[in-house]
Design a protein around this ligand. Structure first.
Ligand code: GCU
Length: 432
């Protein structure tokens, strides 16, 4: 009888298990999670099992962490699209006195009427083969990063503080208003391509899910997001993944040298994108802070409760349950950092940006280091917190400069120095 039952039931079970979505992962409710007053051990499974080999890390713990971060914090990212279409909008215009080519491509990745991502790619003209690239999401539109009349304006809602913004829309009045924050011309001189898109192409940064990508990814019959569905940061990270889809078929890009950077909320995005997608070769979350590079278990700067209150749309609807229970988080941000291993990872900060808890970020990198070491590479090669201006350029790197919350040409110097080192480039590659 047992034998008969099992023969009969196996196909049924197979069908059933294929219906179990990852977001039904059998994790306990927040109130039943164990308390960890310290950062949880990245090398210990939820069931207590210790991870002692690289295979176990990649086959068991990393997938578990991926589920945990989606279930309790960022929400589940949809699977990669089965169909994706790249439409060249503007092609190969020479800019920077002929030193670079400017391309603009619309990436269609959702259902037909889902707004596309407009990716702007600037490639050095002088190249002897595919070039490394910095990819990042921008705050104020592609036209803010580059002063050229051919750059398309975003059509979605725009932050009012953006240069040239009128009634939450981009206008032609100011172009290149944020170009110092992108430093594209210097990256071109040093042989890097730069690719960027506006965050609002994927999801305008407002506390509602009526615009942007979310409505296009609801399940049949679903009218509202559920408590494990993706928030805005996960949506932006998904957008980065789609930009990587494009870069992977762009012949002038070296697909083994894709660096993703992002500032602040877009640094949180860069870290999530890099942690989840191994096609991203190097990750630089800049001044990302709470919900990104800073520990959630900390008393400095922004708290989990504060971020969930002021920006309720950034994470899923489960994360606020930790507002007063952060010690029940089954992970902390060092686990997200560790998911980047063994790829190079650099956290960068500013002395006056205590809101982002720069010292806490250093401890996050220290706590991610055992995972890098398990995978046979160095982690953060420094015990002492560095002085401002001193780059720790080990595979897990850290940098803090004087000054405030912003992205400056000085920061870009550090991003490129770190990428030069880990992409095996020297300054001899620099082009005047
Ligand atoms: C706010 C927010 C931070 C975020 C920052 C930014 O300060 O509290 O979490 O990183 O905005 O994106 O500039």
């Amino acid at each position: 009888m047992t034998r008969y039952l099992s023969l009969f039931f196996i196909p049924a079970l197979v069908v059933l298990s294929s219906l179990v979505r990852a977001d039904d992962a059998p994790f306990p409710p927040v109130s039943e999670l164990p308390v960890h007053t310290e950062l949880p051990d990245p090398l210990r499974m939820m069931n207590g099992e210790e991870i002692t080999t690289a295979d176990e890390w990649f086959e068991k713990r990393r997938p578990e962490l991926k589920d945990l971060f989606q279930h309790y914090m960022y929400g589940y990212l949809p699977a990669s699209p089965e169909k994706i279409r790249f439409v060249v909008e503007r092609e190969n215009k020479l800019i920077f006195d002929g030193k670079a080519e400017l391309r603009q491509v619309a990436i269609h990745y959702g259902p037909d009427d889902c707004p596309p991502i407009h990716l702007m790619i600037v490639v050095p003209t002088k190249r002897s083969g595919p070039v490394p690239v910095f990819l990042g999401v921008n705050f104020c539109g592609n036209h803010s990063a580059l002063d050229d009349t051919s750059v398309l304006l975003p059509t979605a809602w725009l932050y009012p503080h953006c240069p040239g913004c009128e009634n939450n829309k981009a206008t032609d009045a100011v172009r290149g208003g944020e170009k110092e924050k992108w430093d594209i011309e210097q990256s071109i001189r040093e042989g890097y391509a730069v690719a960027t898109f506006y965050s609002g192409d994927v999801d305008p940064d407002k506390a509602d899910f009526t615009d942007g990508v979310h409505p296009y990814f609801l399940k049949p019959g679903q009218t509202e997001l559920d408590k494990h569905d993706w928030g805005t940061i996960a949506a932006w990270a998904y957008g980065l993944h789609r930009a990587v889809d494009y870069l992977h078929q762009e012949k002038d890009i070296d697909i083994d040298r894709i660096a993703v950077m992002g500032h602040s909320r877009l640094g949180k995005t860069a870290l999530l994108a890099g942690a989840f997608d191994e096609r991203i070769d190097l990750v630089i979350p800049h001044q990302a802070g709470c919900g990104g590079t800073a520990p959630s278990r900390h008393d400095i700067g922004e708290s989990v409760q504060r971020i969930n209150t002021v920006f309720p749309h950034w994470f899923n609807d489960t994360f606020p349950e930790f507002n007063e229970l952060v010690e029940r988080l089954p992970f902390d941000q060092h686990c997200l950092a560790a998911m980047v291993a063994p790829r190079p990872l650099l956290f960068t900060n500013a002395v006056e940006d205590s809101w982002a808890d720069p010292e806490g970020q250093f401890s996050v990198l220290k706590a991610a280091t055992p995972v890098y070491e398990l995978l046979g590479v160095e982690g953060l090669a420094a015990d002492e917190y560095p002085s401002p201006g001193q780059l720790i350029d080990s595979r897990v790197g850290y940098f803090i400069r004087e000054g405030t919350h912003s992205t400056t040409p000085e920061d870009w110097k550090i991003f490129r120095a770190f990428a030069d080192k880990h992409f095996g480039r020297t300054h001899n590659n620099s082009r005047p």
